[in-house]
Write a protein that binds this ligand. Sequence first.
Ligand code: LLP
Length: 376
Amino acid sequence: MTLPREALVEAAERWGTPLYVTDLDRAAANAHAWRTALPGALVAYAVKANPDQALLDRLAGEGFGFEVVGPIELALAERAGCPPERMVVNGVGQADADLRDALATGALVNAESLGALETLVSAPSRGRIGLRINPALDAATHPHLATGSAGAKFGIALDEIPAALERLGDPPASIGAHIGSAIADPGPYRMLASVLASLAERSGAERIDIGGGFGGKPEAFASAIREHLAETGRLIVEPGRSVVADAGWLVTRVVRVQARGHIVADAGMTELLRPMLYGARHPVTLLAGGAPIAERSWTLSGPVCEAGDVLARELDLGTDAGEGALLAIGEAGAYGLAMASGYNGRLRPAQAVIDGGELRLSRRRETLSDVIGRDA
Ligand code: LLP
């Protein structure tokens, strides 16, 4: 993905740093690639990856659905204009009231446990109830990102499925699973498709939900899935990262340099937690030079009072990446702003979007009054 260098520099000038910039045109193109790869399938973008409202508005406007967890993501998706037919609700620890409310909207609500299923079946409103199963399938990824293994908390266990189907009475509106995230190999999706195909046959499920987790472009994953699930019109996919990761940047300015090897930026773990939490590597590009620095291998650190507050290691950004330099951290569109925190008194950055080639602000920077406004 080419870097929209000029737009990022202009955005930093207009709204300051740190700043998230999401290219809606690129994200929409990524979502369309899923539609092309799986014709007729419901492409339900996973809101948790990046809940920027302008992004949700754009995707809803182009006919995509949403995968949501909990009442707030559901409300954001509704606010974007997504109709209930295109909404998939997941979550392993949803409160009874939230499950019932979600069902009443007409969305597809997946039960992830026999307890949640009981709540849904006994709810006053009839609705579309799906089953999210645990396929006992290990996908190679970071251990924090593996959700389909037998010991994980997610989904109805294979040996609980007969009881679940009996309690449901009617065929499930959907049967599906989500096996993890940042999975680079399509192999586990071939296995998942085979498990779901036979469960769908056995249960008479209307739709088959493959979940998300794709660590790459759709084509290879789609062809692995189609080997066992050729009828793509019945499918639901829930991609998050593969829609937004390469469509977003965290723009940050160098504040200080420690000659012993640290470039300290005005963004850190509070704006992009992934390097610290998963050892994730994000590309760093110099957008505009600052003060001179020595030629050496640098660590890009954040301003937070934690020794692990590191954004990237072994960086060589040239000799003008000192104080005042402007940097873009790439592959930050997924789980960047989504996982931002206020630790250390950090105000959540502003969010800008590129929409039809034009820059605009989609959320202003948090202020002190936002932070203290709820104090009793
Ligand atoms: N569907 C369900 C039920 C999910 O739990 C998730 C992500 C997705 C879809 C979308 O997965 P994706 O296509 O984005 O991989 N914070 C981590 C990622 C956690 C993913 C959680 N579930 C990270 O920064 O890598």
